[in-house]
Design a protein around this ligand. Sequence first.
Ligand SMILES: NC(=O)c1ccc[n+]([C@@H]2O[C@H](COP(=O)([O-])OP(=O)(O)OC[C@H]3O[C@@H](n4cnc5c(N)ncnc54)[C@H](OP(=O)(O)O)[C@@H]3O)[C@@H](O)[C@H]2O)c1
Length: 289
Amino acid sequence: MDTVVVAGATGYLGRHVVAELAARGHLVRAIVRSRRRAESPGPHGAPSLSGLVAEWAEGEVTDPGFVTGLCRGADRVISALGVTRQNANPWDVDFVANLHLLADAEHHQVRSFLYVNVMHADIGRSLLLRAKSAFAEVLRRSPVAHQVVNPSGYFSDVGDYVGMARRGVALVPPGDARVAPIHGADLARFCVDRMGDVNGSWDVGGPDVLTYPDMARLAFEAWGKHPRLVTIPGPALTATVWMASRLGERSASLAQFFAEGLTHDAVGERCGTHRVGDYFREMAANHDA
Ligand SMILES: NC(=O)c1ccc[n+]([C@@H]2O[C@H](COP(=O)([O-])OP(=O)(O)OC[C@H]3O[C@@H](n4cnc5c(N)ncnc54)[C@H](OP(=O)(O)O)[C@@H]3O)[C@@H](O)[C@H]2O)c1
């Protein structure tokens, strides 16, 4: 049984990671901004952390003073920390905060550090992907045993199609990029399986390999509706990125991140049992969109 520090424990993936670790008998030290929020169920069906956490560390990961000492006495670290929809600069969180956590892990000689990156982060030009790939690179040079997991999109994100289908029209990007969306519980199992003393890096996705139109059609099927898809023209995507760049660095980074993500294949090793169609049907049945 290991003591595992989990950063990003209140996120979609982080909650599933905590649940998986606890189910395997590990002691979890959860880094959270709000224990109260952590102990409530998360969005997109992610579990509450109530009863799953042995030690709470409540604070701001962007404060180096808070991060110092978080790894004392711990065996391993899993970081699912990163900016997705939060109003924050990804460089401060995905790169700098993870860097401080790694420094603390090295100082306290933890046995391993597993980092949840994004598939193809190294070819991305957005600030978010540059921050993530920069941290992955630093981690690869660390003396601590390290694992870098590069997932495709999560169910929490592709679920947006269910809301679009409910409203009657789904937007799809140009081209025929394929993704393999993965459920948080399946990815958490993959991560905890890889956590250990051996270095490695894995591209991973769920069992379904789908284009965006395939995904949109599954969302319409979930509501029993005839599909209506509108393809965003390539120039419109480019113009959106340009307009977002006028609004500031964060908007520019987000728009660039989505534009890049929507137009490149992200499949990886296929793992897990949760199917996109079942998830969409469940969302529609629960009116969770
Ligand atoms: N979503 C996807 O489709 C996808 C695909 C591939 C890779 N990833 C990567 O996988 C990781 C987990 O993603 P997710 O979808 O589970 O994200 P999420 O639900 O947004 O969770 C991110 C976690 O990071 C924390 N965090 C973010 N900004 C923070 C800030 N400024 N200060 C303190 N904590 C902050 C969040 O804390 P709060 O709960 O307090 O906000 C949360 O615990 C991320 O690194 C993401 O880049 C995501």
